[in-house]
Write a protein that binds this ligand. Structure first.
Ligand code: SF4
Length: 381
């Protein structure tokens, strides 16, 4: 695998692009005994020394995933743009049903299309794999928005290739992920190779590149600016919080109420919240760990528990504790999470405020959820 990377780097006709996941910047330090430190700057320098032509930050496509997923959620909710435009009177609204025939809590609209809810996040391939194998009837509930890794691969081989007049066939994309399951997502025309954090550390050592002593460099543009919400994608709950903010504030044009999370009464690793919006009480849940998700699914199918939106991550604390990271105890895991959170307040905070993201929509993708964005940034399961 690492030989393939070296061969591509040595081939002068191949444009080699590395893409770095949000959780990689902190977990790579652990491979060198440096804990709780954001090593993004040193990592970018080390990859340049290795011979990468460009190094992009997958946190930016976490913002695109949120833009698309939040749009999809609002559309599924039935507070569709048509209903919002018509401003339906309360008496013409009727209870809305989800695809399993259960009435949604507090939900009413004038649409006749049943909503396929709850919507599940789909950026964790282990979770998507579980649904496909064990609960195929719930496949329609998975968000169709591609994961940030798939989105960056797509944008590199389309938008970036066009902007820079590079034949996409001559681009080789490598993603450095905290995840052993990510190779399940590899799709032609996107990311060519997914390696784990320890595999990258091993490759750098073999090439005598000492990551901790590198000076700091910035990621390359045009895919280099990210929001802090996108950064938090690597921790459990990050996708849900970011998507809710963008759905409520950007698409529904409402103030975001404060969210109070409560532990689920019987399922460990699961938190729930109710968000009071005009006409709708959103029930949302965050689940960490596949065993916990397995306990929840029968409750959803029976209608015993109802939610509009559920985030599931297979690893106990999300990607910061991924199977493709160096071994870590509780203290190290807490430090990793803190590093991803520490970006709040220092950068563009919300995905929908990220001017780089908005510009790429303007210049290239069109409207979120529109024809081109859907073609490029969504998938079928
Ligand atoms: S939660 Fe674990 S399995 Fe899922 S994407 Fe993250 S690292 Fe991979």
């Amino acid at each position: 695998m690492t030989n393939q990377i070296l061969e591509k780097i040595a081939d002068k006709n191949t444009h080699v692009v590395f893409c770095v996941a949000p959780a990689t910047r902190v977990t790579i330090g652990d491979a060198y005994g440096i804990h709780g430190k954001n090593m993004a700057g040193e990592l970018v320098s080390a990859l340049r020394k290795l011979g990468a032509d460009k190094i992009f930050d997958i946190a930016i496509t976490a913002d695109f995933t949120i833009m698309e997923e939040a749009h999809e959620f609002v559309t599924r909710l039935g507070e569709c743009q048509e209903c919002l435009k018509k401003q339906p009177q309360a008496e013409t609204r009727r209870p809305h049903k989800n695809s399993m025939g259960s009435e949604l809590l507090g939900r009413s609209c004038v649409c006749d299309t049943p909503a396929t809810l709850p919507m599940f996040t789909s950026c964790c391939p282990a979770w998507v794999g579980l649904i496909k194998k064990a609960h195929p009837d719930l496949i329609p509930n998975l968000s169709t928005a591609k994961s940030p890794m798939r989105m960056i691969g797509t944008l590199i081989k389309t938008y970036y290739a066009e902007q820079n007049n590079i034949n996409p066939e001559n681009i080789f994309t490598v993603a450095v992920m905290p995840c052993l399951a990510k190779p399940m997502e590899l799709t032609p025309g996107e990311i060519d190779l997914s390696i784990t954090v320890p595999q990258l550390a091993q490759l750098l050592r073999e090439q005598n590149i000492d990551l901790p002593t590198q000076s700091k460099s910035d990621f390359d543009n045009p895919l280099g600016t990210k929001s802090s919400d996108g950064m938090f994608f690597g921790a459990s709950g990050g996708v849900m919080l970011s998507a809710l903010r963008t759905a409520v504030m950007h698409y529904l044009k409402l103030d975001m109420p404060r969210i109070t999370w409560r532990k689920h009464k019987s399922i460990m690793g699961m938190k729930t919240a109710t968000i009071n919006l005009p006409n709708t009480k959103l029930r949302v849940a965050i689940v960490a760990g596949l065993a916990n998700a397995m306990k929840l699914l029968p409750l959803i199918k029976s209608g015993a528990e109802q939610y509009h939106f559920i985030e599931v991550m297979a690893c106990p604390r999300g990607c910061v504790s991924g199977t493709g990271t160096p071994p870590a105890d509780d203290t190290i895991l807490t430090q990793r999470r803190k590093v991803l959170k520490s970006h709040r307040g220092t950068q563009v905070r919300l995905c929908h405020d990220n001017t780089k993201v908005l510009r790429i929509y303007d210049e290239y993708l069109g409207e979120p959820g529109g024809h081109k964005a859907h073609n490029l940034l969504h998938t079928t399961h």
